[in-house]
Design a binder for this molecule. Sequence first.
Ligand code: SF4
Length: 76
Amino acid sequence: MRTTIHKLKGANMDIDLVTPQVDIVWTQDVCPWNAAEGTHEHRCAVKNVSICPYFRGVEHLDTLLCSYPVLIKKNT
Ligand code: SF4
């Protein structure tokens, strides 16, 4: 069966990469902006508040698209 994907505007997202790894069972990459500044302050999208200027959306299923201008060290 063919699946149709709709692109719907106005999602109110709450996305970040700051949950401590010990608190989650999946692998989480590090926000390059937080890594560069040694903080956990930056979040991709904060529900009802803001969206990071480097946030470029989410790719199926849970991959964050980020344009922060550095090479990213990824967890594997
Ligand atoms: S979009 Fe990129 S730079 Fe912005 S908070 Fe998310 S991971 Fe960090």
